[in-house]
Design a protein around this ligand. Structure first.
Ligand SMILES: [Zn+2]
Length: 128
């Protein structure tokens, strides 16, 4: 009998945000920097601007808006092969998520923020 896929196997990593500067750790584009373009998908893969590119041979259509010929395309990278670059100490880190409980109008509210593991400084919030 076929085993059911474990739903926790492809847990989407939550410590990546669109616009983060990341460094690629493995493969052909090892050591290169880029900005995150998409939030991790179900398989934990993210698209990094200008990284993990390949050429696609696209057939010419009569639509001038669509590019044809050899077209550069970005491919998603697995989030484990990518580290966020800390804006404070500029080292590649896996951000830790810190939960602060603050009192707001008599109510206790949880506030989540991303913190660098190496220097302990909080990441500035990313604008949407
Ligand atoms: Zn840091």
């Amino acid at each position: 009998m076929r085993k059911k896929p474990n739903p926790n196997k492809f847990k989407t990593p939550k410590n990546y945000r669109v616009g983060d500067k990341v460094i690629v750790l493995t493969g052909k584009f090892k050591g290169k920097y880029g900005n995150v373009q998409t939030y991790p998908n179900k398989k934990g893969r993210i698209l990094v601007e200008g990284q993990n590119t390949t050429y696609r041979h696209v057939k010419n259509t009569n639509d001038p808006a669509k590019p044809s010929g050899r077209v550069l395309k970005e491919n998603p990278l697995h989030a484990s092969n990518v580290r966020v670059v800390c804006p404070n100490c500029s080292l590649p880190v896996k951000p830790r998520i810190r939960v602060d409980i603050i009192e707001e109008d008599g109510k206790r509210v949880k506030e989540k923020s991303r913190v660098c593991r190496r220097c302990g400084q909080a990441f500035p919030p990313v604008k949407k």
